[in-house]
Write a protein that binds this ligand. Structure first.
Ligand SMILES: Cc1ccc2cc(C(N)=O)cc(O)c2n1
Length: 322
């Protein structure tokens, strides 16, 4: 039995490491065929010894028994949407409103990132293990989609490294990269099956499947963009928090940058807009957040959106003709 146990542990470690290299570091060290061979061996071994199968086993990536319905999850900290600006003038006004509110002529440092056109999710890690995943829903209550999220190889089942809070809620966007979307739609078209109009709908439709084996067959990815529960145990810089999440194995958009003031944000906006077509995923704008967490807390929220953050939306792209 011990050599079965040690082989099971070895397979889990290898598949976890190869998955991290491929989906988080974007730097695979073994061919897909090797990953698939090890996964088949793990699934076969767990079929022989079902007691070895746990929610932390990479075999959950292929999906399992369908649910009859989704249960509801109440977010301990509301998942808010973002207010928008559509011009440089509105961006300046956003910055000035915060100065007025704080009654200090502050020069803000902003954490800037592309605004992914996907679906916001909440991931709860307890003692470093992914125990629950939920959609944003209406911001207060979402759908529990843990089995489906466990099939997304970019999302770690177990955090790497150490020092994470006992309860850590990671927030981010599940999205479908353009290449995966095109390939999936081409296959669906050839098979006379349903095609999706855009990657956002494809990601939403894939995540809200009661059968996680269908989710497992879809090319979904994920970028973290914030922390909910457990954030108070992390530092005072939003960017440093994101960097820490990445060290614990969560993928981050490589485009996340710190910029000074509205002028820095505008430069970031113009750069991302110029490169929008080359990005491997669809975006509908960029997001700026005051990097200093204490200032975020001092600024608070208006109704459902933070005063300390805004999205800067791009003009809508011409609709895709199928
Ligand atoms: C607070 C908040 C809400 C929605 C967000 C959405 C995105 C996104 N769609 O990429 C990025 C963020 O940093 C967000 N941040």
């Amino acid at each position: 039995m011990s050599d079965i146990l040690s082989r099971h542990r070895q397979l889990c470690e290898l598949l976890t490491e190869y998955g991290h290299q491929y989906y988080v570091l974007d730097n695979p060290t073994v061919p897909d065929a090797e990953y698939d061979r090890l996964m088949r061996e793990l699934i076969a071994l767990e079929a022989e010894h079902p007691e070895l199968k746990t929610p932390a086993s990479p075999s959950v990536r292929v999906g399992g028994q369908p649910l009859s319905a989704f249960s509801q999850v109440r977010h301990e900290i509301p998942m808010l949407s973002l207010d928008n600006v559509f011009s440089d003038e509105e961006l300046q006004a956003f910055e000035q409103r915060m100065r007025d509110r704080l009654k200090r002529e502050l020069n803000f440092t902003f954490c800037c990132e592309p605004k992914l056109d996907g679906l916001a999710v909440s991931l709860l890690y307890v003692d470093g293990q992914l125990v629950q995943a939920a959609t944003r829903g209406d911001g207060t209550t979402g759908e529990e989609i843990t089995d489906n999220v466990r099939t997304i190889k970019a999302i770690p089942l177990v955090l790497r490294g150490s020092g994470w809070p006992a309860r850590l809620e990671v927030r981010g966007e599940v999205f479908m990269p353009k290449a995966g979307f095109e390939a999936m739609n081409a296959k669906a078209l050839a098979a006379g099956e349903k095609v999706f109009v855009n990657p956002r709908n494809a990601a939403a439709g894939s995540l809200r499947q009661l059968d996680s084996r269908i989710t497992a067959s879809r090319p979904l990815s994920f970028y973290a963009y914030g922390v909910g529960v457990g954030g108070d145990e992390l530092g005072n810089s939003h960017f440093a928090r994101l960097t820490q999440l990445n060290a614990w194995g969560l993928p981050l958009s490589p485009e996340v940058k710190l910029k000074e003031g509205a002028a820095g944000c505008q430069a970031f906006h113009d750069d991302i807009l110029a490169r929008r077509g080359e990005l491997p995923y669809e975006i509908d704008g960029v997001v700026y957040k005051v990097d200093d967490i204490a200032l975020q807390q001092e600024l608070g929220f208006v109704a459902r959106a933070p005063r300390w953050a805004t999205a800067h939306k791009f003009p809508a792209e011409e609709e895709m003709t199928l």
